[in-house]
Design a protein around this ligand. Structure first.
Ligand code: PEP
Ligand code: MG
Length: 747
């Protein structure tokens, strides 16, 4: 077979394009294409295998193999040489295919006559669509040039597949993005929602994969890469970048300046691809490499390249973020990742959020929690599969997403939602009632909040007040430090909305994962145990003072509750408390009204504080256990790390013994004790905490009903007895004993 020249390659692509433009059914097109490719490549065989379902490939058209095998021959990913191409997303080039590792002979195709085999993946931006194969009788290794040429052809096929060019009736391939798909991710925020996909970054549609004039296309790509480089340089010159943003942009700049990247795209264009298709071809190749890379850092860098390709495609196609599409009803946002400010901009419109990346403690998760919408994280590849407007069901409880679900799934999902709604109705009837257990103990239930938008929940949920108002969101979503007056107005509105119910304002808890965009980022080896929360507040006294003044002014004489996060030793609390008292006196001296009562508390989030001197417990008006942090430090298990964060049960006896010790120390000194981590919103955990003497629980508003319902059904003395007996037996976790006991209770 002759070596193929670039102009041969262009000719083939042109013939392909012309053939695809002819009217006809999908199958006719596929048949014509295989004929064309075999003819042009000088091989006896050309076959197209497309994915029938997620892991089955089907022979959909062939020139040279037996026609009877079309739509009959199927193989699993990884099976035979075709399956190997699909699995690895890289070409297989074998002069003597039958002796190749993993070769599998398909007798119905008559392929025993052919010795050499070249298969390349048909893929589009990481989405595997099929395999394109040529075979010939003579035993020969295909040249690099031929492999490359076939990859370019496969790229065009991928684009055409995506555009639906081969969709057929009967046995023909089905349309893409039409089948139901299930994604199993992780729970970022519980809850269920039914709605329609709204893509945060709509896919760029390339409608012209083949181009006639390579010189024009090369000019276009050089021009677009030039614009891209300038835009990255502009971004890099911004002063307010943190370390991570700078690192990502530096990586972007490196890729954008890489000669190899531009050269490869120019070569693709020389072969007949349009500039857009060339970008996508390189993007697909990078995605395929990404799948093979175990190293997290390198994967991240390849992700950067992916982002960069998208930017380049947007420059080339002129398709911005705004495609003119209208947001569907009940939108469910689908994105690779999203920042807190962007998510807040969508606000209450959204019914749910599905991310490919994300983490439980991410800012997006905090906002989703505040918006009370389900959030799924780690829904791999959903952005390549979902289209704007696709029906979608989100089950935040199990971390499952049903995209384009069939009727049976929709029905059972709606049943589940109806059951939840019924339960909510039942909870609503408890709204005005106290969480009084059978023994007469009343546990006080508060809600956690962080946004103005959360406040209406105070009425609906029946919360007695806000047990934790996270103030960092107002700092995180801005590009500069908020002003004191701005904050004072906002805090005043929060207090107004609470209508006299107490609101525990937690002073700024930044550091760790919460980095303010306008503060110099710290390069810390272990930020969760680094310069964060009160440690920053005490060292950057100006910011703490400003916030305390804003709170005092917002109160306008009303009672005020303030708590300091991440207190690790008594002295820190003393200093923070004195600062607040000093600010109060200063306000008074200036003639401003001061709060009628001032309650000052500490968050107990590090084990050390449980062993602080008695004076600490005596000086705090209240102590609130930040269980999310406390648990991570108690078990030395990072709350952000999926591998370990669920490893240790909250009802582990070591942890409960520790909580009991804290409860006893607070009782000894008459310090009021509450628990405001996520576990307080889980009914079983909440019941056990209450039985240990934790009198106040603060949780997301939707949890108040279920927690109250359970607390009202039980006698906390009995719960405590079950817990104590299980502990005495030496069990690891009291959960089985507690669940067993609950099962014996009358309905
Ligand atoms: C906690 O650590 O439990 C807590 C309530 O604080 P955050 O989740 O904001 O760190
Ligand atoms: Mg915390």
């Amino acid at each position: 077979m002759p070596e193929r020249s670039e102009s041969d390659s262009r000719k083939l692509l042109r013939r392909l394009r012309d053939s695809l433009a002819l009217p006809g059914k999908g199958q006719d097109r596929l048949d014509r294409i295989t004929h064309l490719i075999a003819d042009s490549m000088g091989t006896e065989v050309c076959s197209i295998y497309l994915f029938r379902d997620e892991d089955t490939l089907e022979l959909c058209a062939t020139e040279g193999l037996k026609k009877e095998a079309v739509h009959q021959t199927r193989m699993k990913v990884g099976e035979g040489l075709v399956g190997r191409v699909a699995r690895t997303a890289t070409p297989v080039n074998a002069a003597d295919a039958p002796s190749e590792r993993g070769f599998r002979y398909m007798p119905e195709t008559g392929e025993e006559l052919f010795s050499s085999f070249l298969g390349v993946p048909i893929q589009r931006v990481g989405e595997k669509l099929g395999v394109l194969v040529v075979q010939s009788r003579t035993a020969r290794q295909f040249s690099d040039d031929e492999v490359y040429a076939l990859e370019v052809v496969a790229m065009v096929l991928a684009e055409m597949t995506e555009l639906g060019a081969f969709v057929g009736e009967g046995e023909g391939p089905g349309a893409l993005h039409r089948q139901p798909r299930i994604f199993r991710g992780g729970t970022g925020q519980e809850g269920t929602a039914e709605g329609n996909v709204w893509l945060h970054e709509p896919r760029v549609v390339v409608t012209n994969p083949v181009a006639d004039d390579p010189l024009t296309e090369i000019d276009r790509i050089r021009d677009a890469v030039g614009q891209l480089r300038i835009s990255i340089d502009d971004l890099l010159s911004a002063e307010s970048l943190d370390k991570d943003q700078r690192q990502v942009l530096e990586a972007y700049r490196m890729f954008a300046r890489s000669r190899g990247w531009l050269r490869r795209m120019e070569e693709d264009i020389q072969r007949g691809l349009s500039a857009e298709a060339a970008v996508e071809k390189e993007q697909s190749a990078a995605r395929a490499r990404l799948e093979q890379v175990p190293d997290a850092y390198l994967r991240e860098r390849l992700n950067d390249l992916d982002d960069l390709s998208n930017r380049l495609l947007r420059i080339l196609t002129g398709q911005g973020q705004d495609t003119g599409a209208t947001m569907p009803e009940n939108p469910i946002l689908v994105a690779r990742n999203i920042g807190p400010a962007e998510l807040l901009e969508y606000g209450r419109k959204l019914r749910g959020v599905v991310l490919e990346e994300g983490s439980v403690g991410s800012h997006a998760a905090i906002v989703a929690r505040a918006l009370v919408i389900p959030l799924i994280i780690h829904a791999e590849r959903i952005t390549s599969e979902a289209l704007n407007g696709d029906p979608i069901l989100v089950d935040g409880d199990s971390g499952t997403v049903h995209l384009r679900p069939d009727e049976v799934v929709v029905r059972s999902f709606r049943d589940k939602m109806a059951m939840q709604a019924k339960a909510q109705e039942r909870y609503a009837s408890l709204r005005g009632l106290p969480a009084e257990s059978r023994c007469g103990t009343v546990t006080r239930l508060y809600m956690n909040a962080g946004l103005m938008a959360d406040l209406p929940s105070i009425e609906n949920s029946g919360a007695e007040g806000v047990g934790l108002f996270r103030t960092e969101l107002q700092f995180l979503i801005r590009n500069q430090m908020p002003k004191r007056d701005e904050l004072a107005k906002l805090y005043a509105r929060v207090m107004d909305a609470a209508k006299g119910r107490p609101v525990a304002f937690r002073t700024l808890d930044i550091g760790s994962d919460k980095v303010l965009p306008y503060m110099k980022p710290q390069d810390e080896p272990n930020p969760a145990m680094g310069w964060r929360a009160i440690r920053v507040g005490l060292d950057k006294r100006g910011v703490l003072r400003m916030q305390l003044q804003a709170l005092l002014r917002a109160a306008r004489g009303r009672p005020l509750t303030v708590m300091f996060p991440f207190i690790s030793e008594h002295e820190e609390f003393v200093t923070a408390r004195n600062e607040l008292l000093h600010q109060r006196d200063r306000e008074a001296a200036m003639g401003h009204p001061v709060p009628e009562t001032l309650r000052i508390g500490a968050m107990l989030e590090t084990p050390s504080l449980a062993f602080a001197p008695k004076a600490f417990f005596e000086s705090a008006d209240f102590i609130s256990i930040g269980g999310n942090d406390l648990k991570q430090f108690f078990f030395a298990a990072d709350r952000e790390n999926e591998r370990v964060r669920r490893r240790y049960d909250t009802l582990n006896t070591s942890f409960l013994r520790f909580l009991r010790l804290i409860a006893d120390r607070c009782a000894e000194s008459n310090a009021q004790l509450s628990f405001c981590g996520e576990d307080a919103g889980r009914p079983i955990e909440a019941m056990v905490f209450a039985s240990l003497g934790i009198g106040t629980l603060s949780m997301r508003p939707a949890s108040i009903g279920p927690v109250k319902s359970l607390l009202r059904q039980v006698d906390l003395r009995e719960v405590r007895a079950v817990v104590t007996a299980a502990m005495a037996e030496g069990v690891e976790s009291v959960r089985p004993a507690v669940m067993g006991w609950l099962a014996t209770l009358p309905e």
